[in-house]
Design a protein around this ligand. Structure first.
Ligand SMILES: [Zn+2]
Length: 57
């Protein structure tokens, strides 16, 4: 299941309140508030998602 990058909740695609195309990826959100937060600073949230291993270094 995709994860809402803002609140890190798992989101069922069929239940997602909103989605957003970010580069080649579709991101799903549990609520419109999360989508708004994401759109305010998408890089911040996408960095947090994909660099989990890099945080340690
Ligand atoms: Zn959320």
């Amino acid at each position: 299941m995709p994860i809402d990058p803002v609140c890190k909740m798992q989101v069922d695609i069929l239940d997602a309140a909103a989605s957003h195309d970010y580069h080649a990826e579709t991101v799903y959100f549990c609520s419109l508030d999360c989508k708004k937060q994401f759109e305010a600073d998408p890089d911040k949230y996408m960095r947090g998602m994909s660099d989990e291993e890099k945080i340690a270094s």
